[in-house]
Design a protein around this ligand. Sequence first.
Ligand code: SF4
Length: 343
Amino acid sequence: MHIDKFTDAILNCRFCFMCRHLSGIGNVTFTEADTPRVRASMIYGVTQGTMQLDNEDFIATLYRNDLSGACRRNCVKHFDEIGLTLAARADIVEAGHAPAVVKAIAKELAATAKWTAKGSGDILYFEDLYTKEAATVATAFAKIMKKANVSYITVTGGCIGKGLKTLGYLKEAQDAAKKFAAFVKKTGVKTVVVSNPAAYDALVNDYPAMGVKFPAKVMHTSEYILSLKLKFKKAGDIYYLESDFLRNYNELSFPHDLLKVMGAVNKPFGTNDEESYSCGEGAVVLPKIDAKLVEKLAAYIAARADNPKKDHIVTASPYTKLMLTKYTKLNVVTLEELAASLL
Ligand code: SF4
């Protein structure tokens, strides 16, 4: 079973409550089950035969996980509680116990795995489904590229494997990844730029782990915009909400480097610097699994703003912008939008 590769996390997390305050879903549902400790305890039960893989409560708990990576990142030993949940999901799927809603999402995602390209140049900008939905992000990127006088190819389309992998559909994720890698190879570009941190993590980490060779260098837009060495007006006071994938999964400094170049004064948001305020970015498709949970996460974030009507909030994630804009009155822009507004 996939969970057998995570014995360390199972044995250590099941007796530990140290990171419970960083469990995003636990913080909005107030349920002890939604912490790494209880998830690991239940998975330990699977290894001992006292918990069945088809137990509906067990399955629902695993698919509720917001997968922010905050617990793993701040754990003194960095036990991989995220890898453990993903492994358990894959075991559930392979045993044929995926809930109907998860099966339907996976089917829908697999069907979106096709892309179209327009434009020309050596740079490829990938506009995934969330970036497309937050239409102003790609527009801001276009403004930046025009200012830098760089022509580029825009590729628009659906799942490149991340959503499927997150749901536990490993074979389908690998199929989508192979198709996307082949599509990009045909364009001949050497650099792919992505706004969506989930797409970044997929291309940089998931593809090698799945044995899929990606034919180009991958850059998050924050890194790429920095490389253009543009001049910006001063951004002033902002609150930057960390991306799960860029910080907790990859420890990238580029968003902060870009904010510095833009003269932003990043004020501390919320009660600590460890929690995730991403609205469930790490879970990739949480709005499709349970939109009410995303709404609760958004309300939790809004309640921590110093001045919800006036605070200038910045995120690296089109997903986080979409969810906070949908469920709260917070003023949220992405890094691309902030950069474009300061040219
Ligand atoms: S991730 Fe670390 S801090 Fe959290 S429950 Fe596991 S061992 Fe404890």
